[in-house]
Design a binder for this molecule. Structure first.
Ligand code: UTP
Length: 407
């Protein structure tokens, strides 16, 4: 992109301040800045300025779910259907490991965190140990796509190499880097980090599919005829990946998408809840749900909206290809953002802008339908979000021990 085109583009979106130091830059720095401007998605600032439409209105109803009781009866049928899909290479996993893990306060990729006590056991290592059970049952490996960010890509790849790809063949582990999005000030202006550098950060976990298919790794989807992608988060050490029962249940119901869910322990639990909104599946985050909806109960005393998501989803590839062109809503997290002002770097003490991201939960609505598949939370849900307390290293270790896993 040349200077004039960048200028026109920025004028159009009222972001012309990004070129204010252009004349001071070296030739290399100029072209670096222009290439970043070319890659910007300006819908991010428009979303904030235009105050996007309210997401939370409409008719809510409980989602169709396969409960633990249902699974007891149908286990064998689901299992063999799921195993067949894995054997025929139609299912791959996608590990979302591009997050910054700020709550954990650990200065390295979260998956490298040592969750062991008496031995070294990384989060990645434990998740791969979980996957080896499926590999054994299926008698074959499946492809694992690993999404990193430009901030942790090298370190993550290095860690996989040092650990011999956790026993998977090297060619079954395919890395790709997620895209970035700009930080905004409180008025929706894109921030500069340096005179030649826009303040960019990983664009949230919602961009995983567009980042994947535009990457070298993504070619494997069509080359290997992969039909289903099991997307999961790095921060659950009991995460069961490519679980044949989950795959079998979603497929046998003819769904485009499946979500592993756990029964909420109480109305206030901090998990997103899967439900229908105007007949379409949606996930209502714990900070968005009304207390009336959260605490509503059925005649038998169970919470009506009881299924919390654990960031383990199964997506049908051909439907993903249709929805990928549709824009996901942007989310804006107010943060303290160091930036450049009047040519000097400033370090605010109060939140001064927004980090921008799209979220995987918003993809569920676009998929048209989604089957909730209940799993036993004690066996499959040990999130590592914080250092101590709720959803922490401590609580995850306790659950690993409870499951008889040596740590
Ligand atoms: P979280 O929403 O917990 O974000 O990620 P985080 O960045 O890891 O942690 P905090 O909020 O800063 O403490 C849920 C999952 O989504 C992935 C994370 O790696 C995790 O597996 N993720 C998140 C990405 O892959 N990319 C992102 O930009 C954000």
């Amino acid at each position: 992109m040349d200077f004039q085109s960048a200028k026109d583009l920025l004028n159009k979106y009222e972001q012309s301040h990004l070129l204010q130091y252009y004349e001071e830059l070296s030739i290399d720095d100029k072209s670096y800045l222009l290439s970043q401007i070319e890659g910007l998605d300006f819908s991010v600032a428009q979303g904030l300025n235009g105050k996007r439409e309210e997401q939370n209105d409409g008719e809510y109803s409980p989602i169709n779910a396969v409960s633990l009781n249902d699974i007891k009866e149908l286990r064998q049928r689901y299992f063999s259907l799921g195993i067949d899909q894995i054997k025929s290479g139609k299912v791959a996993a996608v590990l979302l490991a591009g997050g910054q893990g700020t709550r954990l306060g650990y200065d390295a990729p979260k998956g490298t965190f040592n969750i062991g006590i008496n031995k070294n056991l990384s989060i990645f290592g434990q998740q791969f140990a979980n996957m080896h059970k499926v590999v054994q049952a299926a008698g074959c490996y499946f492809t694992v796509f690993v999404m990193t960010s430009d901030k942790n890509n090298e370190q993550t790849k290095q860690f996989f190499k040092q650990n011999n790809y956790f026993g998977f063949p090297k060619d079954k582990i395919l890395f790709f880097v997620q895209k970035t999005s700009p930080a905004l000030d409180l008025n929706g202006k894109i921030l500069l980090e340096e005179k030649n550098k826009i303040a960019l950060a990983p664009n949230g976990n919602g961009g995983w599919y567009s980042s994947l298919i535009e990457s070298e790794a993504g070619k494997a989807i069509s080359e290997q005829n992969i039909e289903w992608l099991n997307v999961y988060s790095v921060d659950n050490v009991l995460q069961q990946i490519c679980d044949p029962i989950f795959i079998g249940a979603t497929l046998s119901g003819g769904y485009n998408c499946g979500a592993k869910v756990v029964k909420k322990t109480c109305p206030e639990e901090r998990v997103g809840v899967l439900m229908n909104q105007n007949g379409k599946p949606t996930i209502v985050e714990y900070y968005e749900i009304s207390s009336e909806l959260a605490s509503k109960r059925d005649a038998d005393g169970e919470l009506t909206y009881r299924y919390g998501v654990i960031l383990n989803y199964l997506f049908k590839v051909d439907v993903l290809n249709e929805v990928v062109s549709k824009n996901l809503p942007w989310h804006y997290a107010k943060k303290i953002l160091p930036h450049l002002k009047d040519g000097e770097k400033v370090y605010p003490t109060e939140p001064n802008g927004y980090k921008t991201e799209t979220l995987v939960v918003d993809m569920i609505k676009l998929m048209g339908n989604c089957l909730a598949v209940e799993v036993d939370r004690e066996k499959e849900f040990a999130p590592v979000k914080n250092k101590t307390g709720v959803d922490s290293v401590d609580s995850a270790r306790a659950l690993l021990i409870k499951n008889g896993i040596e740590i």
